[in-house]
Design a protein around this ligand. Structure first.
Ligand SMILES: Nc1ncnc2c1ncn2[C@@H]1O[C@H](COP(=O)(O)OP(=O)(O)OP(=O)(O)O)[C@@H](O)[C@H]1O
Length: 235
C-alpha cells in the first residue's frame, strides 16, 4: 500500500551566530524568525503540517516565495528529518526538484541512468531493461554519451524526468523543473505523469503555475509562512 502521512510536521533551520538581524517588520515572504528559551535563533520553515495521501492522490503545493514548499518536499524525500512531528511514507520515492540533485556532473547521461537506478534499488539487469526506454523518452540521442555537465538546463531536465519516471516510483515529488523543458517535452511529460497516476501512484507537485496544478492535481494545499492555510479537493 502506498501512502504519505504527515503528523504535525515542523522544520526549523538554525540561523548562524554571525548573522545580525536588525528587526525589520515581518515580510510577506519566508518562514518565521523565532528564538528558543536558550537563545538559539531559527527560521521556522514548517509548522504543524498534517495531511494524508493515498493511491492516486496528486497534491499541488502552492504559496508565496519562502512559504515552505521546497522544504516540505525535502522532508518528504528524507533529506531533512522533521524537527517536530512525524513524516511517514510507504512506497518507492523519487524526486525531481533540483535537476542537478543526484547527478554526477562528469559522468555521461548513460552512466547517470545506471547510478540513479542503483540508488533506487534496481539490479543491473533491471536497469538494462529500462535503459532504452529512458534514453528514447529523453530524446537526447548521442548526447546520452556526453558528460551531464555539458547539457543545457532543458536537456538535463529531460534526462532527470525520463529517469525519475522510468524507474517507476510509487511516490513522485516535483517542483518547477518542468518549466525547463520545451513545449513538446512538457506535453509528453504530462501524458507520462497521467499514466503514472493511473497506476495508482502519489504525486506531490510544488508550483507557482496554476494551470499545471489544475491539470495534474486532485488536491491543493496552500502554505503561508510554513503553515497550512487551506487543503482542498479540486477537479
Ligand atoms: N538552508 C536554509 N537555511 C536557513 N533558512 C532556509 C534554508 N532553506 C530554506 N530556508 C528558509 O525556509 C523558508 C522556506 O523556504 P522554501 O525554500 O521551503 O520556500 P518555497 O515555498 O519553496 O519558496 P519558493 O516559492 O520561493 O521556491 C524560507 O524562509 C527560507 O528562507
Amino acid at each position: 500500500m502506498v501512502f504519505v502521512r504527515a503528523s504535525n510536521v515542523g522544520l526549523r533551520y538554525p540561523i548562524p551566530r554571525r548573522v545580525r538581524l536588525r528587526g525589520e517588520a515581518a515580510g510577506r515572504v519566508g518562514g518565521r524568525f523565532q528564538t528558543s528559551a536558550g537563545g538559539s535563533r531559527y527560521v521556522t520553515a514548517l509548522d504543524g503540517i498534517s495531511f494524508e495521501l493515498g493511491s492516486g492522490d496528486r497534491l499541488g503545493l502552492v504559496g508565496t516565495n519562502g512559504a515552505g514548499k521546497t522544504t516540505l518536499l525535502k522532508v518528504l524525500y528524507g533529506i531533512y528529518e522533521p524537527t517536530s512531528g512525524t513524516m511517514e511514507t510507504q512506497g518507492r520515492v523519487d524526486a525531481l526538484f533540483n535537476i542537478n540533485l543526484g547527478f554526477r556532473a562528469q559522468a555521461t547521461g548513460r552512466r547517470n541512468i545506471v547510478l540513479r537506478g542503483l540508488i533506487a534499488g534496481w539490479s543491473m539487469a533491471e536497469i538494462e531493461t529500462r535503459m532504452d526506454d529512458i534514453i528514447a523518452f529523453s530524446e537526447l540521442g548521442d548526447f546520452i554519451d556526453m558528460p551531464f555537465d555539458t547539457y543545457s538546463q532543458g536537456m538535463g531536465a529531460r534526462l532527470a524526468f525520463a529517469i525519475a519516471t522510468g524507474f517507476q516510483p510509487e511516490i513522485l515529488l516535483m517542483d518547477e523543473w518542468i518549466g525547463a523543458g520545451d513545449k513538446a517535452f512538457q506535453d509528453k511529460a504530462k501524458t507520462r505523469l497521467e499514466a503514472m497516476v493511473d497506476k495508482a501512484g502519489i504525486i506531490v507537485l510544488a508550483s507557482h503555475n496554476d494551470d499545471l496544478i489544475k491539470r495534474v492535481c486532485n488536491k491543493i494545499m496552500t502554505l503561508e509562512n510554513g503553515r497550512v492555510a487551506s487543503l482542498d479537493a479540486i477537479g
